[in-house]
Design a protein around this ligand. Sequence first.
Ligand SMILES: Cc1cc2nc3c(=O)[nH]c(=O)nc-3n(C[C@H](O)[C@H](O)[C@H](O)COP(=O)(O)OP(=O)(O)OC[C@H]3O[C@@H](n4cnc5c(N)ncnc54)[C@H](O)[C@@H]3O)c2cc1C
Length: 402
Amino acid sequence: MDIFHDNAMLAGVRQMLGAFAKQYIRPVAMKHDREESMPWALMKQAQAFGMTQTAVVDGRKALTGKDDEEGANKPKSQSRLGVVGSEELAYGCAGVCLAIGGSGLAASPVARMGTEEQKQEFRRLLKGDDEHGHIKVAAMALSEPSTGSDISGLSTTARPDDDHFVINGHKQWITNGQSAAAYVVWAQTDPSAGRAGVRGFLVARGTPGLIPGRKEHKLGIRASETAQVHFEDCRVHKDMMLGIGASSEGLGDTKKMLDSTRPMVGAQAVGIARAAFDYLVERVQGGTIHGTALKQHQHVAFELAEMEMEIQAARALVHKSAWMADHGQDNVRMASIAKAYGAKVAQDVTARALTLLGEEALEPDHPVEKWYRDAKIYDIFEGTGQIQRRIIARSILGVNAT
Ligand SMILES: Cc1cc2nc3c(=O)[nH]c(=O)nc-3n(C[C@H](O)[C@H](O)[C@H](O)COP(=O)(O)OP(=O)(O)OC[C@H]3O[C@@H](n4cnc5c(N)ncnc54)[C@H](O)[C@@H]3O)c2cc1C
């Protein structure tokens, strides 16, 4: 146990998922990166290990077999579990980590804002295998071709029609967008209400008017599917609107959702940085870079020290932001700090590793080349680096975050 695992449960989860990453994820990571394919067999295996697609809705019990502590004074552990697990899986491969955990993006608003019936429906939609024998996954569709960072500019609409809403619009860069069995789609229900009119809807695959679109080819995290999703007169019953009644804050709900997922994204970035760092340390220990005993070189030693400082700092920030969430504290600023700094460190460490290894690391299929590509994505999704800095600055200056 250490400062990051102050109870046996967190330490146990790190150990278990760390072993899973080394034994099962690493051996298939390059293949799925090269093929840009989802690791369906491994996802099924992960499910058998307790990493279910509904884990976020089911709570801590899904992974540990124990309920989270009841009672107002007892801290929860779900956020810390999330960051510990995310770092370990991303240490194996960030793309595979996202393939295994990507449904959590959709599960998060269902867990936070869903009624018991909606949670049951989410579980029902993800139960069993699909027609290809694959486990079922979920997608969270917020971003649009013209609206990524500025989510108040959503153009997808949900028009009330008796006891239904009719959804029209196009979503882009959606994780699991092509394969999902369940979608949480964000749409404007009342343009005159502005931000307060935005709502999330739980929509089942196969609902007429829900059309999975083109798969994107991308720089990194290629084992995770990213695709367009189209809604054309897609009728959804009003009971499937999340945040029904007074509990909804419209667009504010999406921001809270991102506050809960950003520490995990920061943790994944730490996992990538650690992967590149460990690889480099092993090579330096072996003295095989360009045939020279590199651990004797002060420049190399200082580079390693710099990377270690960055990784330790990023991990501490990630854990602080998750600890705050588990203790019911407002972690908006810390979640953005953890995500932005984690992404910065992943990019810096992988770039330094690439430079130190030289031309060999530029070869396709070299793990450091892959980690370098994966790291960049962490500066873009779940709010870009600039957007995180905007949130942090607004929080420092007391300006209302929009
Ligand atoms: C692999 C991957 C998976 C994804 N998965 C999902 C998903 O599952 N669901 C989903 O809804 N979305 C998903 N996204 C979308 C992602 O969240 C957006 O790409 C991201 O929010 C950035 O939006 P954008 O690409 O439209 O960039 P834009 O918003 O167009 O920004 C372009 C540039 O302008 C900068 N910028 C924009 N506004 C400001 C500002 N106010 N101040 C300073 N700079 C600014 C940005 O930082 C960026 O550098 C995913 C993206 C990727 C790459």
